[in-house]
Design a protein around this ligand. Structure first.
Ligand SMILES: [Zn+2]
Length: 292
């Protein structure tokens, strides 16, 4: 209750005296960067520390983050937070990253993971290097969270990370305006979020992928981010009607059993756990607690 009233107050203050949903203190942009949807990345090895080409692809990842930062700066961004959202969360190369940004590295073990660092003071969220949910046909390195999760749905909608991360942004009144990754995640983002700008940097053919040249991908990301931020009014925070019903399917008996011990969780099938709440953040906390 306290949280909600403070949030409403912050949102109200944010909206007062602005013409484009942009706060008085400038345009604040949150960029979450995953790795599976970066141009050229097609195998687990490409995106794993110790992988033969990992050092190369973390540079591509950093350059793709920079393309988004440059697009945001061209649109007038005054504050940019970049969240390293893959694996160890220690992938982006700090020295190579555009100096007009701050980089959030490592996991705090709080519930927000790929969205950690966002709050109601931001005007827009952007996803770079994202991938489709587990089990997507022609999805490049498709998965949802850890390898334990077969599927997660909220109110009957099967969610890629893009979906529940957008719900977290929406909790703070922040719209997701732009998603880059493979074609499958772009399709899923559009299907779930409605109006969102996307750039597909590659298209899956089974487990293979046809990629744009990295330079072309960066150009499209830079231009796409700038255009989206120049049209902020076209994008709405992603929200679903309460109460929220989370249904999580996991892969092993150990995981299901452990997940069922989360307070309020119910085992509703052989591989299925269900949790209901009126609060988006309680749903996110339950998801994190149940999937471990
Ligand atoms: Zn990842």
């Amino acid at each position: 209750m306290w949280k909600i009233s403070i949030r409403s107050l912050v949102l109200a203050l944010t909206l007062i005296g602005t013409s484009h949903g942009q706060s008085d203190d400038g345009l604040k942009v949150f960029i979450s960067v995953d790795m599976e949807g970066i141009t050229g990345v097609v195998s687990v090895d490409d995106a794993s520390r110790g992988g033969k080409d990992y050092d190369y692809f973390r540079q591509t990842m950093t350059r793709e983050a920079n393309a988004a930062i440059e697009g945001a700066l061209a649109a007038g961004a005054t504050e940019i937070v970049v969240r390293d959202s893959h694996g160890s969360a220690l992938n982006l190369l700090p020295e190579m990253l555009n100096r007009n940004s701050k980089l959030l590295r490592d996991w705090s073990e709080g519930p927000m993971y790929m969205m950690e660092g966002i709050d109601a003071s931001f005007d827009a969220a952007i996803y770079i290097g994202y991938h489709a949910r587990a089990g997507t046909p022609n999805g490049v390195l498709d998965h949802t969270s850890s390898g334990n999760v077969t599927d997660v749905s909220i109110n009957g909608l099967s969610m890629p990370e893009t979906g529940y991360n957008a719900l977290m942004a929406g909790y703070f009144g922040v719209p997701v305006v732009f998603v880059a990754g493979d074609k499958a995640v772009c399709d899923q983002a559009e299907e779930l979020l409605g109006n969102v700008a996307t750039v597909a940097v590659k298209e899956g053919i089974g487990a293979a992928a046809l990629n744009l040249h990295p330079e072309v991908a960066r150009e499209q990301i830079r231009e796409g981010v700038e255009r989206a931020l120049n049209n902020l009014d076209d994008y709405k925070p992603y929200e679903l009607p309460a109460p929220y019903t989370l249904v999580l399917t996991l892969k092993t008996e150990q995981n299901i059993y452990r997940g069922s011990l989360y307070p309020g969780a119910k085992r509703t099938g052989d591989w299925e756990l269900t949790f209901v709440s009126d609060d988006v953040m309680e749903i996110i906390k339950a998801y994190v607690g149940m999937r471990r």
